[in-house]
Design a protein around this ligand. Structure first.
Ligand SMILES: [Zn+2]
Ligand SMILES: [Zn+2]
Length: 219
């Protein structure tokens, strides 16, 4: 089922371990992450409920290459697919270990069209997304930041009360700390994470608490 966050923004909450899928309906239609392939039917039904068919999707943006975020990507044949180069490289090599394919029982390696490095802007009027490279959960994790609408799509880098795990291949806890510090400079009112509910509470307090827990754990 699709939840409406605003007139142009929807979220598909996966019924299992699959990622959230955000649907941005603007000048172009964009998805952020695509959950597990096991959710394909549910996701397509959810999109159809707001009149979006597979061929209508122009862009698929990925926060990282884990299997739970890329499962339905190849369904959107016409869409331009974007991912940070560090993770896209592993996907191209069909690296099952890096993409956690075994963990999610899914062998799916969609083709990526455009490589991100960080600092790009993606115009999906009324959204203007800035790509923020936030390694830590994986080497090529990114967040998508909309300064004007004060939104942060954080993938598995930041959740309410937690950050993503750093013990998987390509993960690095020191980089995670540095990435979370970077996020402190951004002003956002709404956190749209890769899993769990969209969080509209105090963002500064949340980030501080997450950083404090990390530091207590590791330092
Ligand atoms: Zn995930
Ligand atoms: Zn992940």
């Amino acid at each position: 089922m699709l939840h409406k966050l605003s007139n142009n923004l929807f979220v598909f909450y996966s019924p299992n371990l699959g990622s959230n899928v955000y649907v941005l309906v603007g000048k172009r239609i964009a998805l952020i992450d695509t959950s597990l392939k096991a959710n394909a039917e549910d996701l397509l039904d959810a999109l159809a409920s707001i009149g979006i068919e597979r061929k209508d999707v122009d862009l698929v943006l990925h926060t990282h290459a884990h299997a739970d975020h890329i499962g339905c990507t190849s369904l959107f044949e016409r869409a331009e697919k974007l991912m940070h180069e560090a993770d896209a490289k592993k996907l191209e090599l069909c690296d099952a270990r890096y993409t956690c394919s075994n963990l999610f029982s899914q062998e799916e390696y969609p083709k990526i069209d455009s490589l991100l490095k960080g600092n790009e802007t993606i115009d999906i009027k009324p959204f203007l997304l800035q790509v923020i490279h936030t390694p830590g959960h994986t080497a090529g994790s990114v967040c998508f930041y909309d300064e004007k609408n004060k939104l942060l799509f954080s993938g598995d880098t930041l959740f309410e009360n937690a950050c993503g795990r750093t013990d998987l291949p390509g993960g690095n806890e020191q980089q995670m700390v540095e990435s979370l510090h970077e996020l402190q400079y951004l002003k956002f009112d709404v956190l749209l994470p890769g899993h769990g509910l969209v969080f509209k509470g105090d963002q500064e307090e949340n980030l501080q608490a997450v950083l404090k827990t990390l530091k207590e754990k590791y330092y």
